[in-house]
Design a protein around this ligand. Structure first.
Ligand SMILES: Nc1ncnc2c1ncn2[C@@H]1O[C@H](COP(=O)(O)OP(=O)(O)OP(=O)(O)O)[C@@H](O)[C@H]1O
Ligand SMILES: [Mg+2]
Length: 283
């Protein structure tokens, strides 16, 4: 009997000791686990911080690169204008020469202004006054504005809007600027007579805007470069128009795609998410 009692006590002591070891081990494991969790959190934070730093640096780099190029770009028209203004001092100039110098100076000043405006629009981080826009009305407005320029270049602008409500979210002025840049490029790509066709339809629950010109078209290399700062094949082009246009489309959660064939023309496919008419959002 005593032996059984002794055995029972012994077993109890062994179990107790094992349990104590087990508890200790569990405690140790918990501590390690906690340390790993903290380590993991720190790691995630570090990765997040690094990502944020990288984003900031990329932004600063882009903006400062552009700022450097801007000052270079603006200096050219200013130098030219300065030269013409000096020439104007010459009393023996004919009226024709004088008018020509004034015309060129004004053109160059306009160019400088355009570079600065495009830059300011690019540097602004986001669209600030989003509202519900009726894309149909905005396209009608754009056609009105661009028509004199098109007619002057013997180009007809055709509009084809599928009967539907196209309510999207964006900032009116910026949308105008974006689409005008794209349509203006289309007009400039047409060497003699031609036409621009603007279509608006619904596609996969989105508003799809298709702008087609029958101009000179682009090579694959040009399509790759379009939208990058200062890429231009024009004598007086700034190469900022499409960069600004694409930036605005992206800010509006839109997407764009380009199809082009040398000698045949170019088509821009632009889609915007549709929103409810009464979204009434003012961001
Ligand atoms: N519809 C188009 N057809 C053919 N080429 C185009 C078309 N749109 C753009 N491009 C090409 O892309 C280039 C860049 O266009 P972007 O609007 O950025 O600058 P730009 O038109 O040259 O200058 P700016 O807009 O200051 O007048 C153009 O120079 C042209 O070579
Ligand atoms: Mg342009």
């Amino acid at each position: 009997m005593a032996a059984i009692a002794f055995l029972a006590i012994l077993i109890a002591i062994i179990i107790f000791l094992k349990n104590r070891n087990l508890n200790k081990r569990t405690q140790e494991l918990n501590t390690v686990n906690n340390l790993l969790i903290i380590e993991n959190e720190n790691h995630e934070k570090t990765v997040q911080n690094l990502q944020e730093e990288l984003n900031k640096l990329t932004q600063i780099k882009t903006v400062s690169e552009i700022a450097a190029s801007i000052s270079h770009e603006v200096r050219n028209p200013l130098t030219v204008t300065r030269g013409f203004t000096q020439l104007l001092k010459d009393g023996s100039l004919s009226d024709e020469q004088r008018n020509q110098y004034i015309k060129l100076s004004l053109e160059e000043l306009d160019r400088a202004e355009r570079i600065i405006c495009d830059y300011l629009n690019f540097a602004k981080p986001s669209i600030e006054n989003k509202e519900v826009l009726h894309l149909n009305n905005e396209i009608e407005y754009i056609v009105q504005v661009i028509n004199p320029y098109a007619t002057m270049n013997s180009i007809a602008v055709e509009v084809n809007i599928e009967d539907c409500q196209y309510t999207i979210l964006g900032e009116k002025q910026k949308l105008h600027q974006s689409l005008l840049n794209i349509v203006k490029n289309g007009i400039e790509a047409i060497e003699k007579k031609g036409n621009i066709i603007i279509q608006l339809k619904q596609c996969n629950g989105k508003a799809q805007l298709i702008i087609t010109d029958n101009g000179k078209g682009m090579s694959d290399e040009q399509i790759k470069n379009i939208g990058t700062p200062y890429f231009s094949t024009k004598d007086k082009g700034t190469g900022l128009g499409t960069m600004v246009a694409f930036n605005i489309i992206k800010e509006m959660q839109g997407e764009y795609n380009i199809e082009s064939q040398i000698g045949k023309g170019t088509t821009f496919f632009i889609t915007f998410p549709l929103v409810e008419e009464n979204s009434n959002i003012k961001v």
